[in-house]
Ligand binder design. Structure first.
Ligand code: DLL
Length: 432
């Protein structure tokens, strides 16, 4: 079986015992092998023996992205390079890439975690899976490839891009599953419609989409335009890539593979744990990795946790959809806004496509936000008056729902760059 009944259905108390043992092992592993952690733990006067319960995790130091940059490329690696059999990396927004080294054991664990994701999505050995995540340094491509191979699927590693070829192969090979970012799924659906051959009549039945924030509204749009069921997959390079958390067919929160990752939610300002069920920043500790386990890594991703048995039988703790990164949060007239909130509202407006970007500028010390969104052809053909009406309609909808004024600019059909990977939703034009 490519899923793991023992851990995915483990009673909570037993899981906590397992996590505690693995957490202590990881603290020992790191203090013996990684000077950065040895120093930090020493300064804080904490050792594995001080961790008596999972609540004691707050005694351990937090790790942030800067720590990875400062120790670039392999300063946080806990094993000699000869034991590292793979390195992935993410480009990061500025400066040096973030590196992710793996031992043989790490690759094996990762493969199992992704296989669990795909199994929960209903993918089986007779599926033909088209893997349109970028294959290369990005963890999405090889990560999903390995997981699908473990199930025994027929894997078609198209990587991202060359959209018309994606459509051709999807039809000719009869792909039944698609893996890519949600924004690229929409790009593929749109191109197929433009070619006069919508995807709805194909054998394609399931999509495993992630690597960027997306909303339920976006899910509905993709499901309709592709005639499939779409589920969410989450992960990050720093902790080994996709497969950390995933939706099952119930689509009611993402199960965290908590035998591998210990999750906490903290207030991003006070850094204190939030009350159970409250939203905040996701902090993760890798408790089984060998090459580069991180303690209490601040993901910057905003979500909440809830523990309940899922209708699929899993007892793993659930994480709600990521609404955005704290980095992407905009403060407009004092109101905190995530691009995902705007995305949800845009799906109520039938006159536009889900192709949008928020352009943030500054006027007399105040942040100004302009929403650029693409008009549907028939609206654009209606001329300036029609365009003005729709702009007003969107501005009023946002004002009514979020209480903020956003300037709207309807752009010409097909004028915005189509995503082939992670869509850029916020363009920051404020002087640095
Ligand atoms: O995006 C790993 C991945 C590949 C996940 C394929 C899912 C599928 P990075 O490039 O390091 O790794 O980016 C990690 O992307 O901290 C989130 O901000 C965002 N992210 C990833 N998955 C989701 C998701 C991969 N399902 C960063 N929903 C993370 C929202 C996501 N945001």
């Amino acid at each position: 079986m490519p899923w793991n009944e023992k851990f995915e259905c483990m009673p909570f108390a037993e899981m906590q015992k397992f996590q505690l043992a693995k957490l202590k092992e990881t603290v020992d592993w790191l203090s013996e092998r990684v000077p950065f952690y040895r120093k930090k733990l020493g300064e804080m006067g904490v050792a594995a023996d001080d961790i008596k319960s999972l609540e004691d995790i707050v005694k351990l130091p937090l790790t942030v992205k800067i720590d990875l940059r400062d120790n670039y490329p392999f300063g946080l690696c806990a094993v000699p390079m000869k034991e590292v059999v793979r390195v992935h990396a993410s480009s990061g927004t500025t400066g040096k890439p973030i590196t992710g080294p793996y031992t043989v054991e790490d690759l094996d664990q990762w493969t199992e975690c992704v296989a669990r994701v795909l199994w929960a999505a209903g993918i089986r050995e007779d599926d033909i899976v088209q893997n349109a995540y970028g294959i290369g340094l990005f963890t999405g491509g090889l990560g999903l490839h390995q997981g699908a191979s473990r199930i025994g699927c027929t894997v078609v590693p198209t990587s991202s891009g060359m959209t018309e070829r994606q459509i051709l192969l999807m039809k000719d090979f009869g792909s039944t599953a698609l893996f890519c970012t949600p924004s690229y799924a929409l790009t593929i659906a749109e191109r197929a419609e433009e070619l006069g051959t919508p995807l709805t009549g194909l054998p394609l039945r399931v999509g495993v989409f992630g690597a960027e924030p997306w909303t339920n509204a976006m899910r509905n749009e993709i499901e309709q335009r592709m005639g499939i069921s779409a589920v969410d997959i989450y992960g990050l390079t720093e902790l080994g890539g996709p497969g950390m958390a995933y939706e099952c067919e119930a689509k009611d929160g993402l199960h965290i593979n908590e035998d591998h990752f210990l999750a906490e939610i903290i207030d991003p300002v006070t850094l204190e744990p939030v009350a159970p069920g409250e939203r905040g920043e996701l902090v993760l500790t890798a408790i089984q990795r060998r090459a580069m386990p991180l303690l209490r890594y601040r993901t910057k991703d905003i979500t909440s946790l809830r523990r309940e048995k899922c209708s699929c039988g899993s007892t793993l703790i659930k994480m709600d959809r990521i609404t955005g990164r704290s980095d992407d949060m905009l403060i407009i007239n004092g109101v905190n806004v995530f691009p995902s909130q705007i995305e949800s509202l845009l799906t109520d407006i039938r006159e536009v496509e889900l192709q949008y970007a928020l352009v943030v500028g500054k006027k007399k010390h105040l942040d100004q936000v302009k929403l650029k969104v693409e008009a549907k052809q028939e609206i654009y053909d209606g001329g300036p008056q029609k365009i003005g009406e729709v702009e007003k309609k969107i501005a009023n909808h946002i004002q009514g729902m979020l209480g903020i004024h956003v300037q709207i600019e309807l752009t010409a059909p097909k004028s915005m760059t189509r995503s082939e990977g992670k869509a850029v939703r916020v363009i920051d034009e404020r002087p640095k």
